[in-house]
Design a protein. Structure first.
Length: 211
């Protein structure tokens, strides 16, 4: 009796790549919409002085929490895409794990509800989650920029630029007066979303090319 050893086919799936890429962008849009809606719905909210975290607590917390979960799923989508289309190198592998962790952390930020309500009971981990996100959004695009460059030099330049912009901008948030930290946090959110959209466009373009 002869045993035949077959090697499973390894291939990229264009439709999956496009679908996940489109969702990654959609999740960012949903997050933006949830913040804009909450800005108008939450009473006595000052979008310049009050942070997004302030919108994520209280009676209307479900509005922003929905956007947070949508953005968390966007990060997971990028991690799945990066694992599916591995463009080579240890940096790409580390960045892939980084996006998966970032997605989990963003989900925990929404689920823990430790912000905006002066919560001090139990183990409050919100600040540590924020620090971890700060590191991941700087490291992941930088580590993956070389691999992204194989899909086009523009992707590499964009990711390096965004990583540098985030690294320079993020620490400033912690020393800003509370009168303006709300609008600055929104700016940081746009930088983070730009990273996601850059990767999503890369994978969508690749999926269309293969399809």
């Amino acid at each position: 009796m002869n045993d035949e050893t077959t090697t499973p086919a390894v291939e990229e799936v264009p439709k999956l790549m496009i679908a996940l890429g489109v969702y990654a962008i959609t999740g960012c849009i949903l997050f933006i919409c949830s913040i804009l809606i909450a800005d108008f719905v939450v009473p006595d909210h000052d979008w310049v002085a009050d942070t997004i975290s302030d919108l994520g607590a209280g009676r209307y917390e479900f509005i922003v929490d929905t956007g947070i979960y949508a953005f968390s799923a966007s990060l997971i989508a990028i991690a799945l895409l990066a694992a599916h289309v591995h463009l080579g190198g240890l940096g790409w592998s580390l960045g892939t794990v980084g996006f998966a962790l970032a997605g989990l952390i963003v989900f925990l930020v929404g689920a823990r509800n430790e912000y905006g309500d002066n919560d001090s009971e139990g183990v409050v981990i919100h600040v540590y989650l924020v620090y971890a996100l700060g590191v991941l959004f700087a490291a992941a695009p930088a580590l993956m920029s070389r691999g992204a460059g194989r899909a086009g030099p523009g992707y590499r330049r964009a990711l390096i630029g965004l990583a540098v912009l985030w690294t320079v901008s993020a620490p400033i948030f912690f020393v800003l007066p509370t009168e303006i930290d709300g609008i600055y946090e929104r700016y940081l959110g746009l930088v983070a979303m730009a990273v996601v959209v850059t990767f999503a466009r890369l994978f969508i373009a690749r999926g269309r090319k293969l399809g």
